[in-house]
Design a protein around this ligand. Structure first.
Ligand SMILES: Nc1nc2c(c(=O)[nH]1)N[C@H]1C(S)=C(S)[C@@H](COP(=O)(O)O)O[C@H]1N2
Ligand SMILES: [Mo]
Length: 197
């Protein structure tokens, strides 16, 4: 069973296709510096910072967490949108509950194997649609698209979703990630065309 969340745009008062976007049937690859390599036996996913219990999970350990499948739209800041992507993984709220987020946590930094980082306020992550994804269309997520594990953020431009995500840091103060330091919008709402800062 999968859950269709492609109607979430209604919350933002816009059309399904955000302004200035074109729909594409392809799934282009966009990476700042190519696809990093990793070894399934050594791969670990870390949760640290303002949490009750820091976590360190193997690939199998991550796959043992409660999972779900969602149909989501994907909006790239460079102007393409892909509708109806089938993603399977663990929702942000499920992971946050496993770690126990402390009351003083306000912000989140996602860290990735290629050195990429991206940030969001905790309240923008505390949504079922924000997922750590390991399967795409029922198959393991291709390496170019962030396999073994990536984040998806259908309510934000896709640079808020770290491919090859290796960990999540809970912060007590806001910080900026890789593109947020280099001129992309910190807030990244596609229905307001928040592309640059
Ligand atoms: N680790 C990592 N994650 C990343 C990026 C990156 O360079 N490194 N690029 C971001 C950008 S700008 C976009 S548009 C999407 C692209 O995802 P895709 O290649 O699966 O289409 O990944 C985002 N996540
Ligand atoms: Mo992007």
């Amino acid at each position: 069973m999968s859950q269709d969340v492609t109607g979430l745009y209604e919350e933002f008062g816009g059309d399904r296709l955000p302004p200035g976007q074109r729909e594409t049937a392809r799934f282009p690859v966009l990476s700042k510096s190519g696809t990093p390599s990793w070894d399934r036996d050594d791969w670990t996913f870390e949760v640290w910072g303002a949490v009750e219990e820091e976590l360190s999970l193997s690939y199998e350990g991550f796959r043992d967490l409660p999972s779900e499948t969602q149909i989501q739209d994907f909006h790239c800041v460079t102007g393409w949108s892909k509708f109806d992507c089938e993603f399977t993984g663990v929702t942000f709220p499920t992971l946050a509950e496993a770690a126990g987020v402390r009351d003083d946590a306000e912000h989140v930094m996602f860290h990735a194997l290629d050195g990429y980082t991206t940030n969001l306020p905790l309240e923008d992550c505390a949504r079922e649609e924000v997922m750590f994804v390991y399967d795409y269309d029922g198959e393991p997520l291709p390496a170019d698209h962030g396999g073994p594990l990536r984040v998806v953020t259908p309510h934000k431009y896709a640079y808020k979703g770290a491919k090859w995500v290796s960990g999540v840091e809970f912060l007590t103060e806001a910080e900026r990630g890789y593109w947020e330091k280099r001129g992309y919008s910190n807030t990244a709402n596609p229905w307001n065309e928040e592309r640059y800062s």
